[in-house]
Design a protein. Structure first.
Length: 272
């Protein structure tokens, strides 16, 4: 079982937190206000926001974020997991496998085996571990065909969580994220508001008191005509889908040459 009771995180004088994963955890599409250049600027994201919420209740939060965009699950296991074990934190969040699942021919059963091996090793640290289900892509026409693979992977993740006593953030059931405003224009990464809502959901799972409701209804959306919607689709295909396919065909990744933004446990500064 996990190393802490539901509310014990807020009872510590010093809390160490390590986040592992890919662009989802790195925080892409949620830049800090002082990030003048993206992707060269620093991203914030739900994990940074969770650390900030923790800092409202704990004397000192020491936080590392090892996530790097574009990483496959084997890369996360090989490059990030040993560092997380070395840091021996109180809290670990890990989201991995999404980049594998969306690739053509991906086998969610095989990806889940690697994920289970990672959780087995992380569980030996005694940390409280939080894992995430995959998003429901039913709202996204281009990725709707992936629902079956994602659902299969999600069931494996829940079984792994049961086996090792992990907390689960059920992103699949967050229907509030079925709104385009929860997403960046690339339709793959959360918008700043999407990251904010997810952070509130993670805090709910961890038992951390926060202000705000992740499930607050969206305000009425402005009407969009058919022509404008199709123009957005064309822009998305040209600026995101085609480059993404090209990287897959050439064996390149958006994370090539990118280092973790917080490779060591350092006291969190609320100014980012």
């Amino acid at each position: 079982m996990s190393g802490f009771g539901t509310n014990d995180l807020t009872k510590k004088d010093i809390l160490s937190y390590v986040a592992l994963g890919d662009s989802f955890t790195e925080g892409m599409s949620d830049p800090y206000p002082d990030s003048d250049s993206v992707p060269n600027g620093r991203y914030r994201g739900w994990a940074d926001r969770v650390a900030e919420h923790l800092a409202d209740h704990v004397g000192e939060v020491r936080y590392a974020n090892l996530a790097v965009r574009g990483k496959l699950i084997r890369q996360i296991v090989d490059e990030q997991l040993p560092r997380a074990v070395e840091l021996s934190p109180d809290l670990i969040t890990i989201c991995a496998g999404g980049n594998d699942i969306i690739r053509p021919g991906a086998d969610p059963d095989a990806v889940a085996v690697t994920f289970a091996e990672a959780i087995a090793e992380l569980s030996r640290t005694g940390a409280r571990i939080v894992i995430f289900t995959g998003f429901d892509t039913n709202w996204q026409p281009v990725m709707r065909h992936l629902r079956g693979k994602i659902a299969t992977y999600n069931m494996h993740l829940r079984a792994v969580a049961d086996r090792y006593g992990c907390d689960v953030v059920d992103v699949w059931s967050m229907r509030i994220l079925d709104d385009a405003r929860a997403w960046n224009w690339d339709r793959l990464h959360l918008s700043p508001e999407g990251h904010r809502r997810l952070a509130l959901r993670v805090c709910e799972v961890l038992g951390i008191p926060v202000e705000g409701d992740w499930n607050e209804p969206w305000p009425p959306a402005e009407p969009r005509d058919w022509r404008a919607a199709r123009q957005e689709d064309l822009h998305w295909a040209r600026e995101f889908l085609v480059p993404w396919i090209h990287r897959r065909l050439t064996g390149r990744s958006s994370g090539d040459g990118v280092a973790p933004k917080r490779p060591a446990l350092e006291p969190l500064r609320r100014d980012g």
